[in-house]
Design a protein around this ligand. Structure first.
Ligand code: TRP
Length: 440
């Protein structure tokens, strides 16, 4: 069935764009500190369990809606019926997209500053107190705002290029680059004195650390990292062609995304142990601890520069996918051109992310950065995830779902049945449990 909707032009492009969405700050910044503060190996096992048991089927659910409807959100929630009763879930996704853009662009902007400072060797011979003071000073000022705006303009430039010439082309170039940098870092890690300790911290499961809190964090991390629960993958799947294998692609995303998170752990923990730091440093691990570590390594500025390029690349391909939710919505439903949609989005996001950025400084009392993060990750994303599963499991015609998952690509029926069973019962119940526990 051809609907005239633009499609990604190649299989590689589809993987690059969707893995680009999944691999982001979530893998390289959030995963290591989550694992670090939640006991390493035990967290990793839970995380992997959730990625494959709940994550892959939920990706399949988003893909099913997106490709069957060839439309982003909220339109995909009208598939097979004409009422607008389910639209609100889609609008929740659009709200979540704005919130994520608001705070994600801020951290992404920091990576630009840190690239520049690495190149100029600004961290050389600094103490951890100096770096801490510098970081606090930097994030609270206007300089951080400027970097954030620059990042949003780069994002706009990609979006203006369109699905094939913007998103797909940029992902095709940046994702291989990302993997090359990662591999270079891993090889370097092998030669660090703390390699053994770091790796055993990451892989040795200490089950005494498995508390409900760790389990919940692992599910939350899995969702954030796979870009689930707010229609991002619905929107990307609306650009898939009929012969894109949905289940296989979902599996590939999960494997590659997990691989990058593990590689980030293999890069960061040996370095942390080699230089006598604690892996439980928290969110500042990447910005305060790592520059200090790189400093003490031969060729430190180069490694430091490469590391922050890695973070910037990962952030850019993710943020593009969040923007696309809104751009697709504005052009599909409000019927404005892609160009206007991009500029509307960029203008609004410049305002919101400036406010978020300043909430580390003059607007501290508003706490906006944390509110945006909290509302999108802990409230809208889980609710959206439940919404997607309920829609595909209970509202969409089962023949249509089977058509997308089984007939178009010949995935064995027993596997499709298991996936649908998880979408219908297991995933919504698990997510709901996490959501309620998270709220309490
Ligand atoms: N998955 C990305 C990361 O790990 C973040 C992200 C991109 C995202 N698109 C999303 C999170 C959509 C939730 C929903 O950094």
């Amino acid at each position: 069935m051809s609907t005239g909707r633009i499609e990604f032009s190649s299989k590689f492009g589809i993987i690059a764009a969707t893995v680009g969405s999944a691999v982001g700050l979530g893998n390289i910044w959030r995963f290591p500190y989550e694992a670090g503060t939640h006991g390493g190996g035990a967290f990793l096992i839970c995380y992997i369990f959730f990625v494959f048991l709940i994550g892959v089927p939920t990706i399949c659910a988003e893909f099913t809606m997106g490709r069957a409807g060839r439309i982003g959100i909220p339109g995909a929630y009208r598939l097979g019926h004409s009422s607008r009763k389910w639209d609100f879930i889609g609008y929740g996704g659009i709200l979540a997209a704005f919130l994520i853009l608001g705070f994600y662009a801020v951290v992404a902007g920091w990576t630009f500053e840190y690239i520049l400072e690495s190149v100029t060797g600004a961290f050389r011979d600094t103490t951890s107190e100096i770096r801490h003071a510098h970081f606090e000073d930097f994030i609270s000022g206007w300089r951080a705002v400027c970097w954030t705006i620059l990042f949003l303009l780069v994002n706009a430039a990609v979006s203006l290029g369109g699905v094939q010439k913007g998103i797909e082309r940029v992902s095709n170039i940046l994702m291989p680059l990302l993997f090359i940098i990662l591999i270079a870092f891993c090889i370097n890690s092998l030669f660090m004195p703390g390699f053994g300790d770091g790796v055993s911290f990451l892989f040795h499961p200490d089950f005494s650390k498995l508390t409900p809190d760790v389990i919940l964090s692992a599910l939350g991390q899995a969702f954030f990292s796979l870009s689930l629960g707010m229609g991002c993958l619905i929107t990307y799947a609306s650009y898939f062609s009929d012969n894109t294998p949905l289940v296989k692609t979902a599996g590939q995303i999960a494997i590659l995304d997990t691989l990058v998170a593990i590689l980030a752990g293999i890069i960061i923990f040996p370095a942390v142990f080699s230089f006598g730091m604690s892996p439980a440093e928290g969110p500042t691990l990447v910005f305060e601890v790592l520059p200090g570590i790189f400093n003490q390594m031969p060729g430190g500025s180069i490694w430091s520069t490469l590391f922050f390029i890695l973070l910037a690349v990962a952030s850019l391909t993710s943020i593009i996918s969040v923007s696309e939710i809104v751009v697709a919505f504005l052009s599909d439903e409000i019927k404005i051109s892609r160009t206007t949609a991009t500029w509307v989005l960029t203008a609004v996001t410049i305002v919101t992310s400036t406010l978020c950025s300043l909430s580390f400084g003059p607007l501290k009392s508003t706490n906006l950065f944390n509110i945006f993060d909290y509302v999108s990750s802990n409230i809208l994303m889980p609710l959206g995830g439940i919404g997607v599963c309920l829609f595909v499991g209970w509202k969409m015609k089962i023949e249509d779902a089977i058509g997308e998952l089984h007939q178009k690509t010949g995935v064995p029926m027993w596997l499709v049945k298991i996936i649908l069973l998880i979408i219908k019962y297991v995933a919504p119940i698990c997510i709901l449990t996490v959501f309620l526990a998270g709220l309490l």
